[in-house]
Ligand binder design. Structure first.
Ligand code: FES
Length: 623
């Protein structure tokens, strides 16, 4: 039998047990300690660094590359933790103000799903229709529709349910364009019925509880996606599913657990019966929806990048083990490509751009930059692989937007002193995406780096020095930081950031070029996703991440995927619109043979600050 070991976690002061030879990253993840693992335990991202303390002697190790051989004292630095980041659970209103639960007026409640109390005439020798026909007859009188289908499991319970409730029952049903279905029959005592709008992100999952009768948003909760322990981006998750015997089950179970935990939290707090939740509408990227459906996403990343499905079929909650009514229907928005998923369809739905004259650019910036350009006449989308730099991956002191992350910076162009602001004003521990964009813009404005991102080494400051990876600049000296070492930005970091911003901007250019449009024709730029909400527009334009357009044209949307899911949940018509959006949107595969060379040319041209062609950035050129 394997020997048992104890691990004492600091600063949490928590003790956990494990077996000899267990992987330290896995042990910490299983104990609910979210540890960053961008590469999914491959040993390449350096994000899972922890400090092992043996009798006062400290050693920094990668948790994913460490097997437990004895009792350990392990300190987890803030920068290696997955927790503490603000999860974007709320939607914002038209003015960008975060919304609280309540009635959101812009959508008329007209859900796909209905529930009413129905009283049937009891059968007799004269009225001898079957139970099922009797129910269909009552529904026809109510809705004018016929041909209601019924699941086998419900058919088996039908006779007893009608009789035990004296022919007065709560009936739940769906009417849609092509079919009518009876979903459940219950006792008449509880007639509440609810739905869940769900945003399944690679990093976080958000669940919103909605009263389907009124469209009222009752509660919203968000949590880290439990799949995080198998890697932070979709590629690491796909690798996990492909390379491990139980990899797909791992992803599926982690996601279902996250959903069930959130559901439990909501129903407990709101004191509602989970059996009264009948309808779930999910928005997620193609990989997340494949993992929800327990379908291996491995083909998504293999040439020619074709997923198993774009349009997910409806499921029953019982099929995937969601702890709500077992008869509840689970729907997910259709994807339009391997890397442009139902979350983007939901986002487009939430923006209304599909119905608007104005040419609109919608961007969701994460590890992939998903970009949609269009208006009421056309929509075209692509996904530019930005890499993890904007989420702190591959950056020496990069981290997510958590306490202590530097999010704003100013550098004097006289004495090169640095002023910074950290999240929640905690001692600095690293650099998050918004901070990194600010740093790049500021370094260039102060002429500390040139347009190729190289340091000007002749400046009168000790902050610029030679480090282990070439030149670097000290942003915060060790005595001021929360990690006891200098926080620097290196030449390699700058090159990574420039590659990331170039990929996104090149994606925007590709859409414009393919549609023979010009940047100045774009009337609105809508920015969705968690990262987008905190972006500094001026800095983003100055480095050439976003197009140089009037600042009033930019608008943050908050969690646009969640908002799109809710709209479809409460409005049958909008659910139908989402399908029309998916059918109308053209997917531009940037790695396809006929696009790859043009994309590469755009990408190379964008790998300068802000761009090789300064005429594309007139307001930056002027400065
Ligand atoms: Fe350990 Fe990436 S190096 S998870």
């Amino acid at each position: 039998m394997n020997k048992e070991h104890k691990i004492f976690i600091l600063p949490d002061e928590k003790e956990i047990n494990c077996k000899e030879g267990d992987n330290l990253l896995q042990v910490l993840a299983d104990a609910g300690l979210g540890i960053r693992s961008v590469c999914g335990g491959e040993g390449t991202c350096q994000r899972c660094r922890v400090i092992i303390d043996r009798d006062g002697e400290k050693k920094s190790v990668l948790a994913c590359q460490t097997d437990v051989r004895d009792d350990l004292k392990v300190r987890i630095p803030e920068s290696s933790r997955l927790t503490g980041e603000k999860i974007l659970v709320e939607e914002t209103d038209e003015k960008g103000i975060l919304r609280q639960p309540g009635k959101y007026e812009e959508v008329e409640a007209n859900p796909l799903f209905h529930r009413e109390l129905i009283e049937l005439p009891p059968p007799s020798l004269i009225d001898n229709s079957s139970d099922y026909d009797r129910l269909k007859r009552a529904l026809k009188q109510k809705t004018g529709r016929e041909n209601y289908s019924l699941s086998w499991s419900l058919l088996q319970k039908l006779g007893a349910r009608l009789r035990s409730n004296n022919w007065k029952v709560g009936v739940s049903w769906i009417n849609c364009d092509v079919y009518n279905e009876i979903i459940d029959i219950t006792a008449p005592d509880e007639m509440d019925y609810y739905g869940l709008a769900v945003d399944i992100g690679t990093t976080t999952v958000v669940v919103q509880l909605v009263d389907l009768a009124t469209g009222l948003v009752i509660d919203v909760k968000g949590e880290y996606n439990g799949q995080g322990k198998y890697g932070e981006d979709v590629i690491s998750r796909i690798n996990h599913a492909s390379k491990n015997e139980n990899g797909l089950s791992d992803l599926y179970e982690a996601l279902i657990k996250t959903l069930n935990d959130l559901i439990e939290e909501i129903v407990t707090e709101q004191e509602i019966n989970p059996d009264n939740i009948y309808y779930v509408l999910c928005a997620g990227n193609t990989t997340m929806i494949h993992s929800l459906y327990k379908v291996n996403p491995n083909y998504i990343r293999k040439d020619p990048y074709i997923p198993t499905f774009y349009e997910p079929p409806a499921l029953k909650a019982a099929d995937i083990g969601l702890n709500i009514s077992p008869e509840a229907r689970i729907y997910a928005y259709p994807a339009i490509g391997s890397f442009v998923g139902g979350d983007i369809v939901a986002g487009v739905l939430s923006t209304g751009m599909y119905d608007n004259e104005q040419l609109t650019l919608f961007i969701d910036i994460g590890t992939n930059g998903e970009i949609v350009l269009g208006n009421k006449d056309f929509l075209m989308a692509c996904s530019a692989s930005a890499g993890p730099a904007f989420e702190g991956g591959g950056i020496k002191y990069g981290m997510r937007a958590m306490d202590g992350a530097i999010e704003r910076i100013e550098i004097s162009d006289k004495d090169y002193e640095v002023l910074y602001k950290t999240i929640n004003n905690r001692p600095p521990v690293g650099l998050c995406g918004t901070g990194l964009i600010d740093i790049l813009a500021t370094l260039q404005a102060a002429e500390i780096i040139n347009r190729s991102g190289e340091f000007n080494t002749g400046l009168p400051t000790d902050r610029i020095r030679e480090g282990s990876e070439g030149y670097e600049m000290v942003l915060v000296y060790a005595e001021e930081t929360g990690i006891g070492e200098d926080i620097v930005i290196t030449t390699t970091d700058i090159k990574h950031l420039m590659r990331s911003k170039a990929a996104i901007y090149a994606g925007i250019r590709m859409l414009l070029n393919n549609l023979s449009l010009e940047e100045k024709m774009i009337k609105r730029v809508l920015i969705g996703g968690g990262f987008g909400n905190y972006l500094n527009i001026d800095s983003s334009i100055n480095i050439g991440l976003l197009p140089d357009l009037p600042r009033d044209n930019f608008k943050f949307l908050g969690n646009s995927s969640l908002r799109g899911a809710r709209k479809g949940l409460v409005s049958c018509d909008l659910m139908k619109t989402s399908k029309e959006i998916a059918a109308k949107m053209t997917y531009l595969e940037l790695s396809a043979e006929n696009q790859a060379t043009d994309f590469m040319n755009e990408f190379v041209a964008a790998k300068f600050l802000p761009h090789t062609d300064l005429d594309l950035f007139p307001s930056v050129k002027k400065v």
